[in-house]
Design a protein around this ligand. Sequence first.
Ligand SMILES: Cc1ncc(COP(=O)(O)O)c(C=O)c1O
Length: 342
Amino acid sequence: MFRLENMVRPNILSLQRYSSARDEYHGTEGIFLDANENPFGMLNRYPDPHQQSVKAAIGRIKKIEVENIFIGNGSDEVIDLALRIFCTPGKDKIIVCPPTYGMYEVMSHIHDTAMITVPLTRGFQLDMSGILRATSQKENIKMIFLCSPNNPTGNSMDELEELISHFDGIVFLDEAYIDFSSKPSFIHMLHKFPNLIISQTLSKAWGIAGARIGMAFAGKEIISLFDKTKPPYNISQNNQATALDILSQQETFENNKATILSEKKKLINRLAALPFVRNIYPSETNFLLVEMEDAGLVYRGLLEHQIITRNRSREVAGCLRITVGTPEENNILMQTLELLPL
Ligand SMILES: Cc1ncc(COP(=O)(O)O)c(C=O)c1O
């Protein structure tokens, strides 16, 4: 039986949240002498610590109640807070399934939380029996980090629902690329799984990586743990305003996404025609994982033309990860690749 209280670090469970000046008075009009701000200037006031307008906009788009939404300074802050809330340093453990997003490992080191790796299968799917074996053999496994669609492999995981229902710790499901995917988000499953945290971001399909807006969706008890653990003013006023602005431009969002997806198709066709390309992995994202005869050579050749890709050969043998750019950028990439002296 999953019981949230048994998952949370005792010091977080008993934590009294910081009560900010703006928690005590909710009006927008008045003479504000409560927060030791400077009365002069443009950005002189602290931002809304609860990001109410942004949450309302996200709630409308994602069809989820505001009480089930947390906003982080990028989804990287969401990952950081999740470890902080659930894993006692030096004691608890997490499961990570590489090749996957590198921050789970970095954060596990930061939080002194041992990481058990259960690699994906050859088809980049979850090794269900490996995961369940690890959970039965080791104690204090608090969380598993899953990424679907996955970075850098680009595919979606097939057996998520089965895993979430069999894993009796917290499942952190990173859906950073979900808006590009043909598969639906797991948000509609939240009511079924009290152990599920879904993270998403405005950095990818919504195009505001510079504003650092990440989201967590979960049951309201988990969301209130995030709320009391975060720094009070974690999202700046400018970034809240940018998020609100971009979220009001649904049509631009759809158009840009459609362009990226059709450019991805064109890139796949042109890359497949290159003699040194061995394989292009199926992608549910805005990037392609491409296996080359000599990935290092191609990577360096592109770099000489100031075209920067990601060499992921250490994670997946022989592979570069290439993000889909604008039509012009993709043309230059392909012309350069076609002329590389390989
Ligand atoms: C799978 C995955 N999760 C999270 C992030 C970080 O997103 P954010 O910009 O919201 O911190 C990335 C960024 O590349 C990512 O690939």
